[in-house]
Design a protein around this ligand. Structure first.
Ligand SMILES: NC(=O)c1ccc[n+]([C@@H]2O[C@H](COP(=O)([O-])OP(=O)(O)OC[C@H]3O[C@@H](n4cnc5c(N)ncnc54)[C@H](O)[C@@H]3O)[C@@H](O)[C@H]2O)c1
Length: 257
C-alpha cells in the first residue's frame, strides 16, 4: 500500500485491462484513489485487484476513439464517484509495424491515429470540464520514448506519439492558470503484451527473447509496468504541483545514448 496521497481522489485510467494501464490503475488505488477502468477489453482482473485493496472501482467498456463512448465513460465516473481528480490517458495500439512510409496502409494509419492521438484529445475534452469546475486536476497522457525520436518502419505510431506531446503542451498552457496540470509520460521498452509482439518468437514454453531491448537500453533490461506506474502516481499527486506541460521520459537511459 502507498501513503494515502490520493485518499478521497478519483482517477480514470484508459487501457486499464492490461500492461502499463493495469499497473497504473492498481498503483493509483494503492495510493488511495477510486478508479474508473476504461478499455475495449475486459477489466475484470484489474477491478478485482483494486477491490482487494479496499478501493472502489468502475469498469466501463469504452473505445477511446469514439467521442460518445468517452463522454459516457466520464459521465459514469462522475455519477459513481461525484468528482474527477486525475486521469491517465494510456490506451494505445502499435498498429502494423514493419511498414516504411510509402508502403504504409491507410486504414492502419487512421486506426493508430484515432486510438493514440484522437483518443487522448477526446479524453481530455470530456475530463477537463469537471476538473475546471473543481479548480484542480492532473492529466497524464500516455506517450512514449518514441515521441522523441524517429524509428523506422512504424510511422503511424511514431507520428501519433509525437502528436501527443503537442496536444499535451497546448492543453498545459490553456489550463495552467485554472489549476489543471497536463503532462505526458514517455516510457521506454516495457514488458507488456504490446512489446511481446515485437520480440523474437522462441519455442513454446520459453519466455520471449528480450535481449534485443536489453542490449539497447543502458540499464540492460526492459521496464516492468510497475516501474512506469510509480511515475503516473507521482504526476497525479500533490508531490508534482509545479510540473505541467512536460514530456516525462522514463526509459532506462535509452535516449541518453
Ligand atoms: N510497452 C511499451 O514498451 C510501451 C512503451 C512506450 C509507450 N507505450 C504505450 O503505453 C500504452 C500502453 O501500452 P501497453 O504496452 O501497456 O500495451 P497493452 O497492449 O498491454 O495494453 C494496451 C491496452 O489498451 C487497450 N486499448 C487499445 N485500443 C483501445 C481503444 N481504442 N480504446 C480503449 N482501450 C484500448 C487494450 O485493450 C489494452 O488493454 C500505449 O499507449 C503504448 O503505446 C508502451
Amino acid at each position: 500500500m502507498g501513503q494515502g496521497k490520493l485518499d478521497g481522489r478519483v482517477a480514470i485510467v484508459t487501457g486499464a485491462a492490461a500492461g502499463i494501464g493495469q499497473a497504473a490503475a492498481i498503483a493509483l488505488a494503492a495510493e488511495g484513489a477510486d478508479v474508473t477502468l476504461a478499455d475495449v477489453a475486459d477489466c475484470g482482473d484489474t477491478a478485482r485487484r483494486i477491490t482487494e485493496l479496499g478501493r472502489r472501482t468502475l469498469a466501463v467498456k469504452c473505445d477511446v476513439s469514439n467521442g460518445a463512448e468517452v463522454r459516457s465513460m466520464v459521465d459514469q465516473t462522475l455519477e459513481a464517484f461525484g468528482r474527477l481528480d486525475c486521469a491517465f490517458n494510456n490506451a494505445g495500439t502499435a498498429g502494423v509495424a514493419d511498414q516504411v512510409v510509402h508502403e504504409a496502409d491507410e486504414d492502419d494509419w487512421d486506426d493508430v491515429l484515432a486510438t493514440n492521438l484522437k483518443g487522448v484529445w477526446l479524453c481530455m475534452k470530456y475530463q477537463l470540464p469537471p476538473m475546471l469546475a473543481q479548480g484542480h486536476g492532473s492529466i497524464v497522457n500516455g506517450a512514449s520514448a518514441a515521441s522523441m525520436i524517429g524509428i523506422a518502419n512504424n510511422g503511424a505510431y511514431i507520428a501519433s506519439k509525437h502528436g501527443i506531446i503537442g496536444i499535451t503542451k497546448t492543453a498545459a498552457l490553456e489550463y495552467a492558470a485554472q489549476g489543471v496540470r497536463v503532462n505526458a509520460l514517455c516510457p521506454g521498452p516495457t514488458r507488456t503484451a504490446m512489446m511481446a509482439r515485437f520480440l523474437p518468437a522462441l519455442p513454446d514454453g520459453v519466455p520471449v527473447d528480450e535481449s534485443v531491448y536489453a542490449n539497447m537500453v543502458p540499464i540492460g533490461r526492459m521496464a516492468d509496468p510497475a516501474e512506469i506506474a510509480h511515475s503516473v502516481v507521482w504526476l497525479c499527486t500533490d508531490d508534482s504541483t509545479y510540473m505541467t506541460g512536460h514530456a516525462f521520459v522514463i526509459d532506462g537511459g535509452l535516449l541518453s545514448r
